[in-house]
Write a protein that binds this ligand. Structure first.
Ligand SMILES: CC(C)(COP(=O)(O)OP(=O)(O)OC[C@H]1O[C@@H](n2cnc3c(N)ncnc32)[C@H](O)[C@@H]1OP(=O)(O)O)[C@@H](O)C(=O)NCCC(=O)NCCS
Length: 153
């Protein structure tokens, strides 16, 4: 594994994880990232919203790039000046259980820490058993707060 990731070998995706370069995405990666989110069953972001998010927090869209396969993993981070937030972690189905998501999250955590974040939050759907298990393994624990949301006109 190149870059700052720390993924460990150990599953069907082992070979990809070992060869992956974990790096900050550029504007050129946006179509591949959107396609990957779709493939992984996550809602793609509106292109304009994604570009605005990147402008607000440069270097916090992190991808795993495998030679010959391209962008097979992605995670989006944001920093609100106090907390880090993690959004839309996804690994291509053909490259899972090889440590790619772990490497992406480690790299993003380092980037958020460098910006001053001392805690990272994320939202995960309660029926996403695989993701819940993954986040628990990474040390992310549920908290009792209830999300409230309101669209602004
Ligand atoms: C969740 C996801 C990102 C994990 O990616 P990954 O590259 O396979 O994860 P890793 O290989 O780094 O997994 C590390 C550890 O997390 C746990 N884990 C990961 N996926 C798991 C699953 N589906 N079920 C149970 N445990 C899982 C395991 O303990 C795993 O270690 P192991 O393979 O040695 O047992 C991937 O399954 C995915 O893209 N899912 C669809 C999108 C999604 O739900 N995203 C999360 C939104 S909150």
């Amino acid at each position: 594994m190149s870059g700052h990731g720390d993924g460990h070998a150990g599953g069907p995706g082992t070979e990809s994880a070992a060869e992956a370069v974990v790096r900050a995405a550029t504007g050129d990666d946006v179509p591949a990232v959107q396609a990957l989110w779709r493939t992984a069953g996550l809602q793609p972001l509106d292109d304009g919203e994604l570009v605005a998010t990147l402008g607000h927090g440069p270097g916090l869209l992190v991808v795993a790039d495998v030679p010959g396969a391209g962008v097979v993993g992605v995670v989006l981070g944001t920093f609100d000046g106090r907390r880090g937030w993690v959004h839309r972690l996804a690994v291509h189905p053909g490259h899972r259980r090889g440590g790619l998501a772990s490497a992406l999250v480690s790299d993003l955590e380092r980037r958020l820490r460098e910006r001053g974040a001392r805690r990272v939050n994320l939202l995960v759907l309660p029926d996403n058993a695989g993701a819940l298990r993954f986040w628990q393994r990474r040390g992310y624990l549920p908290c009792p707060d209830v999300l409230h949301t309101k669209p602004l006109p």
